[in-house]
Design a protein around this ligand. Sequence first.
Ligand code: MRU
Length: 353
Amino acid sequence: MRTVEWDYDRNGLWLIDQRLLPAEFRKIFLQDYREVARAIKDMVVRGAPAIGAAAAFGMALAALHASGSSREALLTFLEEEAAPVLKASRPTAVNLFWAVDRVLRAARNATGGPDAVREAILREAQRIADEDVETNKRMAEYGAALIEDGDVVIHHCNTGALATVDWGTALGVIRMAHEQGKRIHVLVDETRPRLQGARLTAWELEQYGIPYDIITDNAAGYFLSRGEVQKVFVGADRVAANGDVANKIGTYMLALAAYDNGVPFYPVVPTSTIDLSLPDGQAIPIEERDPAEVLDIQYRGRPATPAHASARNPAFDVTPHRLVTAIVTEYGVLYPPFAPELRRVVEMAEKAR
Ligand code: MRU
């Protein structure tokens, strides 16, 4: 299963519509880069690596359908019109900006006319997608070594195949440990307000045959304080140069509770999610989404909130690096001090490209 997949026969992009899961598995087919931007905004596709790959293919669509016959006109359109639209779709996950800039560089470096530029963009987008799967499997091997037979772990949001091109980051680690024969039980944070844990992570765990229980987000501290949890695994949307981690709202409280109870807290982070241009987490832009996501819930079939209630809906928070035990990357497990380690692995990734 690929969450984000280019169709070479029909020249378009398939996305699994994650708004419908677990009730319905349906894919949608897109042929316009503006539709891709909308799909990212509306969370048809979500999860940092998945939106990065989707945006890269969005750039391929923009190039494919751009009018104008000169190479320069095409590059100008891509840089000044298509890239800003895709980049404006969601602000926090740095993979989006990383992927769009990567295909733009490939476009500039392509020698030849507009067709050569188009081919270079699609090739680079496909490379981003394929690398993501390979990177996730490498992280999973490193991360699975941290898991012992019989561990109970808490997982927040959805970081599985659905949040990436395939396999997943934190959930990929759990999946690898399971495939290695380790018995593992997952406490799945339901992840209010969009329920990525209850809807998507639970759905994936069922496919993999991994035992789990869904817990309310506010139950995590209870289980941690009772010594019932050995490790916490989460993903990330952006990691600053000092190791501060932006991830799905609620991650910070989970990290605090893990820290207070001496339970290791591991973000699983591909180098494409590391942003060395930001010194610390305070500089990471945090998306604030529509309050309706918080308010539009029902209790026994009726609205759960008063008709004119207002709400705040930050989609992410920042966990300071002092609460982080280690960061799992495709170049190994990094321990504090994080700043030089993060620099080292980003340099390794840049060299490998
Ligand atoms: O708002 P979402 O569902 O896109 O948020 C996703 C997360 O916060 C994930 O933990 C993160 O992107 C890492 S997924 C591999």
